[in-house]
Design a protein around this ligand. Structure first.
Ligand SMILES: CC(C)(COP(=O)(O)OP(=O)(O)OC[C@H]1O[C@@H](n2cnc3c(N)ncnc32)[C@H](O)[C@@H]1OP(=O)(O)O)[C@@H](O)C(=O)NCCC(=O)NCCS
Length: 215
């Protein structure tokens, strides 16, 4: 996995079975047609084409406490080891299927109360990094016509409309737009991704400096 700067408490790691309950809690608030829990279990244990990840936040306070070298704090932490244990909070998830050299992004979601802060971008970057590392040349996905937020995110990351599936979503017969990236390694696509990454990391740092508290 690509490693974010050490001072940032956000990271993307592979999804594990133990993550599924927290994933489902977000799934039910994020989608009108949520996947059943068994679908995620199947994806991460049985589907060899599937690659699923979670976006996590690690409380920065715990490791800093451990670094403070006051004798009483070390004594207290040794008596209460749970006080020093870093706390991991799952804030989002996403995944893709590797179809030969194309990564088909099957889902992506961020916890509702932390949206609009750049974490959807952070997660999408994590997926694109992993897709590229695993040999994908392009990424593609389907998105509801009405999902303007997700469409704006994908457009920012170079996805363009390449097709449409009529009445794809059976809850309201809405069309899906198929959006696809250019070939990762051609032209200025990946330099554009790196420019977004640089700007995003600066934004996340700034938000934290300004006192953004993630619970
Ligand atoms: C789509 C989703 C993952 C985006 O995550 P997010 O953390 O809110 O997005 P970010 O804060 O990283 O924003 C990234 C970009 O998305 C777009 N965006 C975010 N919020 C937006 C809003 N309220 N209106 C319009 N565009 C928006 C912008 O292009 C933004 O870039 P900018 O900050 O430079 O303008 C999130 O909204 C979500 O989980 N939605 C529900 C599930 C879903 O619809 N998934 C997509 C299925 S195809």
């Amino acid at each position: 996995m690509s490693t974010p700067p050490a001072e940032l408490p956000f990271y993307v790691r592979p999804m594990q079975l133990a993550d599924v309950p927290a994933v489902m809690a977000i799934e039910h608030t994020a989608f009108s047609l949520p996947w059943p829990e068994g679908a995620y279990r199947h994806e991460i244990t049985k589907n060899e084409l599937a690659h699923y990840y979670v976006l996590c936040f690690r409380s920065p306070s715990a490791p800093q406490q451990a670094r403070v070298s006051s004798w009483w704090r070390r004594l207290r932490d040794s008596l209460r080891p749970e006080a020093a244990a870093p706390r991991e909070v799952l804030l989002g998830y996403g995944g893709f299927w590797m179809m030969v050299d194309e990564a088909h992004i099957s889902t992506i979601a961020v916890r509702q109360d932390v949206r609009g802060r750049g974490l959807g971008e952070f997660l999408l970057l994590g997926l694109l990094d992993e897709a590229r590392r695993l040999g994908a040349q392009t990424a593609t996905l389907e998105v509801r016509v009405s999902n303007t937020v997700a469409r704006a995110l994908y457009t920012k990351y170079g996805f363009r409309e390449t097709g449409r599936r009529v009445a794809y979503y059976h809850d309201n017969n809405e069309d899906a737009i198929i959006m696809t990236t250019p070939v990762f390694t051609v032209g200025n696509y990946w330099p554009m991704i790196e420019a977004h990454r640089t700007a995003l990391l600066a934004r996340l740092r700034q938000q934290l400096k300004e006192g953004w508290q993630v619970e």
